[in-house]
Design a binder for this molecule. Structure first.
Ligand code: EPZ
Length: 436
């Protein structure tokens, strides 16, 4: 089992390119099922979740060509879903259990073929992660859905889904994506209200429009989709990963330094940039050769000011950066209060940060962090994707050596994080095998 070994106390300097967004790539991969023509997706991060989703599509009968870029951080994938019905239209448990976003194949399969069998994804470390809102809305579109032996068994008696005017009970990224994809081939018009507005939703919508879908209200909480008879192939580059970018910003804010992120969209990070500026970091943005550049500076001996933060759906502060900013706040002077409003169990990293010397306590969905706390290296264990990134950040700050175990969690969503940090001067090594 791989682990990362970090010798802390080193500020970070240099340039790092942000890879494509995992959480844009996953729904875009599922969208391939909506057409019988080839779809090419570029800038996919070379992470295990992407590989798993490609395997799910291949299990459904898709053909796939995968090319790695020269750094090994990104993939170009060309997929074609032109012979699926003979494969049974089933997404198997052994793949879905490892990557819950596989539920995103349900909407496209129902929209194109009128039937699907997808394993229920089950919960994960951060929460129960139900999919009731996905299923309820698909039933309203004319699907008959039963849960049988842990599988979602769905079919459309009328043959085609029909449009609905639907308001989600709560904002859900996955439900918005599943229903937007399903609606592209439904008869009539679908209106989705209280839709998620994460940039990854807009990126998926842009792919769907590129495939011939008719979608209005992109980047708004009300999506209107006019169903069409068929979708065609497309060549699409997914957006840069705002969570990977935010993770690097938190690493510099915590460890100090002067780093330029290449191929980043600062507008996707406004809530984090605003928070880190109020803590005491300095930012500059400029146009680079390969898109926007974002520079963050924080002198290692510069005092950070404590700040409160609460997660909320985009454009609020992202839950996927809550753990990383907790590591930063352990180094801020004063008391910071972190409220996690999206998931019910997303503080598992707190116990591991305490082992490194952080001074914090958890009260329900609230973490109270007192700083600055001098961190001392030790062995810690990753529990989920973003928690593992947080422990790496804390290891960069801690005096002495930190070993982060179970970094298969990290490899789900970060392509070569240790290599990118090494290029910024961090003393970090992977032991035990290697991923990218
Ligand atoms: C997506 O998960 C992301 N994953 C998550 O990133 C991210 O944390 C989350 O959105 C919130 O931004 C991908 O995009 C692959 P939700 P998703 O549906 O779609 C509840 C990472 O670290 N809910 O927006 O599963 C749910 O339990 C991952 O990259 C229902 O109750 O999240 C949660 O409390 C972690 N019923 C809330 O809604 C449903 O049918 C938001 O979940 C669906 C969701």
């Amino acid at each position: 089992m791989d682990r990362l070994v970090i010798d802390g106390g080193v500020a970070l300097h240099g340039h790092v390119a942000v890879s494509g967004a995992k959480n844009a790539a996953l729904p875009c991969l599922a969208a391939v099922l909506l057409s019988s023509e080839a779809v090419t997706l570029r800038h996919l991060p070379a992470v295990s979740d992407i590989r798993t989703m490609v395997k799910v599509l291949q299990a459904l009968g898709c053909s796939a060509e995968v090319e790695k870029d020269e750094d090994g951080f990104e993939l170009v994938v060309t997929l074609r879903a032109d012979d699926l019905e003979s494969h049974g239209l089933q997404a198997p448990y052994e793949l879905v259990k490892t990557m819950r976003a596989s539920i995103l194949v349900l909407g496209p399969l129902l929209a194109r073929f009128g039937r699907a069998s997808v394993s229920l994804p089950g919960g994960c470390a951060i929460g129960a992660r139900p999919v009731n809102m996905h299923l309820e809305a698909l039933e309203r579109m004319g699907a008959v859905i039963a849960i049988d032996k842990g599988y979602v068994e769905a079919h459309v008696p009328a043959g085609k889904l029909h449009g609905i005017d639907h308001t989600f009970d709560k904002v859900s990224v996955g439900a918005t994506e599943n229903l937007m994809m399903a609606a592209t081939l439904a008869t009539g018009t679908t209106v989705l209200r209280n839709a998620a507005q994460e940039p990854e939703i807009a990126d998926l919508a842009h792919l769907l429009v590129g495939m011939g879908a008719r979608i209005e209200g992109i980047d708004s909480p009300v999506l209107t989709i006019h169903g069409v008879a068929a979708l065609h192939g497309c060549d699409h580059a997914v957006i840069p990963d705002r969570i990977e970018a935010g993770t690097f910003l938190c690493a510099v804010a915590a460890a100090g330094g002067d780093v330029v992120l290449d191929r980043v969209i600062p507008d996707h990070l406004r809530s984090l940039i605003d928070l880190l500026e109020r803590l005491g970091c300095a930012f500059t943005e400029r146009q680079g050769q390969d898109g926007m550049q974002l520079r963050i500076q924080r002198e290692p001996n510069q005092r950070l000011r404590a700040k409160d933060v609460a997660t909320s759906p985009y454009p609020g502060f992202p839950t996927d950066l809550q753990a990383q900013v907790m590591a930063v706040l352990t180094q801020a002077s004063g008391i910071s209060v972190i409220k996690e409003t999206i998931f019910e169990n997303r503080f598992q990293h707190a116990m591991e940060l305490e082992r490194l010397g952080a001074n914090l306590r958890i009260e329900g969905h609230t973490a109270i962090v007192a700083g600055p706390s001098p961190l001392k290296g030790c062995t810690v264990m990753a529990t989920d994707l973003r928690a593992s990134a947080t422990l790496v950040i804390a290891g960069l700050v801690a005096e002495g050596q930190t070993t982060v175990d179970r970094i298969y969690h990290l490899d789900r969503g970060y392509a070569g994080l240790e290599r990118k940090l090494q290029s910024l001067g961090a003393r970090i090594q992977r032991q035990g095998g290697g991923s990218v």
